[in-house]
Design a protein around this ligand. Structure first.
Ligand code: PMP
Length: 280
């Protein structure tokens, strides 16, 4: 497939960065994953705005403006034949002359983008739901920055997989935050809830879309400051949302059924609404 590296389009296997790249050495780097449906980016502007915020929070120079990103990604998607893709975009602080914790502030950022297939979901994930486990959150506190420092996330996801689960839901001081690569929603006493945004939650683009859809559909919803693990265990529905998963119903939590153990009616409604949007 075709990749983009520092202004050039080239074969993915030929895209190489220096071992001195601060993204490689220190995860001094941010990223986005943007879903494409039939060659069109879904929520592209929101992803690019979040990317700009991540760059600002780390003080990394913006390699290009919104229009520049749109042009690069359009050319990349076209070169990869369009269709249903996940576009990965990463910007690192750049390549200093020597390894040094201290930041050199005039580096030229490294820009990498490539596409992966976005295969259709396993139908069982939608008919039966997925299993999730809860886990103590060991990540740092700056989770609003979409940085590539994902070690705690990948270890938690791997531990979940080892327990036969599809996602780990991270809990800190008894409060439910988010999944390792998703946001969390629940239906509790008939109300749709997702934890209010804070430092330790990524403002998910899909999370925002689902809240908008709930508002438009008149679904009673709230963003509580604290969603306790106890409250989550009493939910009639639990979902995880992300650009790749869209909305997955969680029907088993830590081995116990969620509600009646089947995807629930509020999920069905929101899933249909989101499907209609991505089909547009
Ligand atoms: N939280 C984390 C930690 C994530 O990695 C992701 C996936 N990017 C999400 C939430 C969901 O965000 P989005 O809907 O923008 O994909």
């Amino acid at each position: 497939s075709t990749a983009f590296l520092n202004g050039e389009f080239l074969a993915l296997e030929d895209a190489k960065v220096s071992v001195l790249d601060r993204g490689f050495l220190f995860s001094d780097s941010v990223y986005e994953v943007i879903p494409y449906y039939d060659g069109r980016g879904f929520g592209l502007d929101a992803h690019l705005q979040r990317l700009a915020r991540s760059l600002d929070m780390l003080g990394i120079a913006h390699p290009c403006d919104m229009d520049g990103w749109r042009r690069i990604l359009a050319e990349l998607v076209e070169a990869n034949g369009g269709g249903d893709l996940a576009v990965y975009l990463q910007i690192t602080r750049g390549v200093p002359e020597r390894r040094d914790h201290r930041i050199t502030h005039d580096l030229t950022p490294t820009v990498v983008a490539f596409c992966q297939d976005r295969p259709p979901h396993d139908p069982a994930a939608l008919t039966d739901g997925i299993a999730a486990v809860t886990q103590e959150d060991t990540r740092w506190h700056y989770c609003t920055i979409k940085s590539t420092s994902l070690l705690a996330n990948v270890l938690a996801a791997d531990a979940a997989r080892a327990q036969g689960a599809n996602e780990a839901i991270m809990v800190r001081d008894g409060a439910v935050l988010e999944g390792t690569s998703s946001n969390v929603f629940a239906v509790i006493d008939g109300q749709l809830v997702t934890p209010a945004l804070r430092d330790t939650i990524l403002p998910g683009i899909t999370r925002g879309v689902v809240l908008d859809l709930a508002a438009r559909d008149g679904v009673d919803h709230a963003e509580p400051e604290t969603l306790t693990l106890d409250a989550l265990r009493g939910a009639s529905e639990i979902w995880v949302t992300s650009s790749i998963r869209e909305i997955f119903p969680v029907t088993r939590l830590d081995g116990a059924p969620v509600g009646d153990g089947k995807p629930g009616p509020v999920w069905t409604q929101m899933q249909e609404r989101l499907q209609a949007m991505t089909d547009e």
